[in-house]
Design a protein around this ligand. Structure first.
Ligand SMILES: *Cc1c(COP(=O)(O)O)cnc(C)c1O
Length: 638
């Protein structure tokens, strides 16, 4: 079973190290292993031990596993890379980064990032009123920045002024001229100076799925003319000294480093010109966009990036320095708003395969019978037709199947005969596929057999809840079996979820150096759970999910690594997922009323004598326990 297969082969197939950024790899026992602390690369957590502990705690699939050490590591890496580069470059400004909470607003995530970032005065960014309320409460560090983006109303701006009153470095980044007028009016009313940032609508266009954040038609930011007008306006209100920051953000997941360089050149030039005009700017905010290599290819495809974090930081620091030196302007403090890069790696969805859908897998006796229709015997002859050219054999099978279907509709073929033809058809296709050689594989129809024959593995999860971007914009996320990686995966499969929606499936997989429509995985074993992981879900996916089919949020398991613990980790917290009750209530159902109505119907049956009273109580208890229970499927295999 394991012949000619080892974990190097599994690594080549699933590319775990290529997208794992040093955090994920395949251990010698064929389990995924996690090395969550970048300062202690030799501390490994075996995924199978995590799954065992989850089971011992009674946690069912699907679940989100968060590795808090990975969050901390990413915060440390970005801050230290900027620090070190600034020192080497003799750059005279500081790095003061912020984490944009829209990328993952979970309180525990934000708290961990703030805690890990405290030593670096790492701050927060908000883009809406509720986010602003959260950062106002949580970012208490008086040295750190709070950057306020997004469209704003009076309440938003007043909350920002409240922040100034309680000593926070809250910078209101103006997206539209009208916001500036409102802000000036309110700051006079409340007698406090705001800290003002200006968002520039950049000319450089990023590429990829999020490129519309820049360019003339971008939804956000001020044109150069508007920026100059804004400065005049502030001057006329004697508030030019409040202008502190120039901001730009050309889009998320920038895959090509050249776009970063271009944006930095444009932004730094604009910064320098404004300073020369007498605007007392101190900060240049380069926004987010630091990419994640989701497919591990290190290229400029939408799901990758062709640069390292070191290269990104160096291009920014040296790029800003060069322009400011040329323009003879003091080096600004550099702000960045990386979200995806901080959080993507720290969480994954683990779930199990609850079933398989395979058109060719049904067993059915198709042996010859006296007087059977000639189409059945014709099709049966193809089973042993190894001498026939595969293309011809395929054409014949397809033609017989089509004729059989017509005959069935006309009532000529019996239901048993139709079942036989169907069974033989799939048998023949499988046999043709196995017999293909390098030449016949080139024939398009035959090449497509791989897809036609691939099974679907049903994963106990909702794509709409846990991986919204795979459905919405074709985002790639690595999907890998969590165990058995030392065994050869022998079947090609694609993953479908348990929602009643035919879009509820994953269409693209990372396979070796390419992207496939399906992927090899192991055969399911009776009575044995087959756990799979969907990785890099910590940015956006964790928090963008919707209520499609009312599945709701997953149970979460928060893990910390610890050298002294058995297995080098402990579960710090379990956050239960949404119960059926909870998701129904979000849709305005009153679940007490529902339970009462069901009980009333049960009681009616009892009164009629159709149900024994004891039995009736059991049924209504069962209904209530399901309301309190999970929305996902219970695992029958364990
Ligand atoms: C979304 C967003 C970010 C975060 O971008 P990432 O690519 O996730 O780092 C930063 N700044 C602004 C203004 C944003 O809208």
């Amino acid at each position: 079973m394991t012949q000619q297969w080892n974990i190097e082969d599994a690594e080549a197939l699933y590319g775990v190290k290529r997208w794992g950024a040093g955090y994920f790899s395949i251990g010698e026992h064929g389990n995924i292993q996690i090395s969550p602390n970048h300062r202690k690369p030799d501390v490994y957590i075996d995924m199978n031990e995590v799954l065992a502990e989850m089971k011992a705690e009674g946690i069912e699939f699907p679940a989100v596993i968060r590795f808090h050490d990975i969050l901390r590591s990413q915060v440390e890496i970005i801050n230290e890379t900027f620090r070190d580069t600034i020192e080497t470059a003799n750059y005279s400004g500081k790095y003061v980064g912020v984490y944009p909470i829209k990328v993952n607003q979970m309180r525990e995530v934000v708290e961990e990032i703030l805690d890990a970032g405290e030593a670096y005065n790492y701050g927060l960014e908000a883009g809406s009123k509720p986010e602003l309320m959260a950062v106002l409460a949580y970012n208490e560090n008086p040295e750190a920045l709070t950057i306020l983006n997004g469209y704003k109303d009076e309440d938003y701006l007043t909350l920002a002024l409240l922040g100034r009153h309680i000593g926070r470095n809250m910078i209101v980044v103006v997206e539209k001229f009208s916001e500036l007028e409102m802000l000036v009016r309110l700051s006079k009313k409340y007698k406090i100076d705001p800290m003002i940032g200006l968002r520039s609508k950049m000319m450089v266009r990023s590429t990829g799925k999020w490129s519309s954040s820049s360019g003339d038609r971008a939804k956000f930011g001020l044109s150069i003319a508007e920026i100059v007008n804004a400065m005049e306006y502030l001057k006329s209100h004697d508030m030019l000294h409040c202008a502190k920051l120039l901001h730009f953000h050309i889009g998320s997941q920038i895959s090509d480093i050249r776009k970063v360089k271009e944006a930095v050149t444009e932004g730094a030039r604009l910064y320098a010109k404004l300073v020369q005009m007498g605007v007392p700017l101190e900060y240049l905010d380069i926004g987010g966009g630091l990419g994640i290599d989701y497919d591990g290819s290190s290229t400029t495809t939408d799901s990758s990036r062709n640069y390292s974090t070191e290269e990104y930081v160096a291009d920014i620091v040296y790029g800003v320095k060069q322009i400011c030196d040329l323009e003879e302007v003091k080096h600004p403090n550099i702000v960045s708003e990386s979200g995806r890069a901080i959080t993507a790696h720290h969480s994954l969805v683990v779930t199990n395969v609850v079933g398989e859908v395979n058109p060719g897998a049904t067993e059915f006796d198709f042996s010859a019978e006296e007087g059977e229709h000639v189409l059945v015997s014709n099709m049966r002859e193809l089973v042993n037709g190894h001498d026939i050219h595969p293309q011809e054999r395929y054409n014949d099978a397809a033609a017989y199947k089509q004729s059989a279907y017509e005959a069935f509709k006309l009532g000529i073929l019996s239901i048993r005969e139709m079942a036989k033809i169907d069974t033989i058809y799939w048998r023949v296709l499988t046999d043709i596929h196995h017999g293909l050689d390098s030449e016949t594989r080139q024939i398009q129809e035959l090449e497509e057999l791989e897809d036609t024959l691939a099974s679907q593995y049903l994963a106990n999860m909702s794509i709409f809840q846990s991986a919204a971007d795979t459905w919405a914009i074709g985002q790639l996320l690595p999907i890998v079996p969590l165990t058995r990686l030392h065994e050869k995966p022998e079947v090609r499969i694609s993953i479908a979820d348990i929602t009643c929606d035919s879009d509820g499936k994953i269409g693209k997989y990372i396979e070796g150096n390419s992207i496939s429509d399906n992927i090899p995985m192991h055969r399911l074993r009776k009575g044995e759970s087959y756990p799979i992981g969907m990785f890099l879900t910590g940015a956006y996916q964790d928090v963008m999910g919707d209520m499609h089919n009312l599945f709701g949020r997953l149970t979460e398991v928060h893990i910390f690594s610890h050298d002294d613990e058995p297995g080098a980790f402990y579960i710090e917290e379990i956050v239960p997922g949404h119960s059926a009750e909870k998701v129904l209530e979000t849709m305005q159902y009153n679940t007490d009323y529902m339970a009462k109505m069901v009980k009333k119907s049960i009681d009616k049956q009892i009164r009629k004598g159709a149900l024994a009273p004891r039995e009736g109580v059991r049924w209504s208890d069962f209904y209530e326990s399901c309301l309190a229970g999970t929305t996902y499927l219970r695992d029958e295999r364990k």
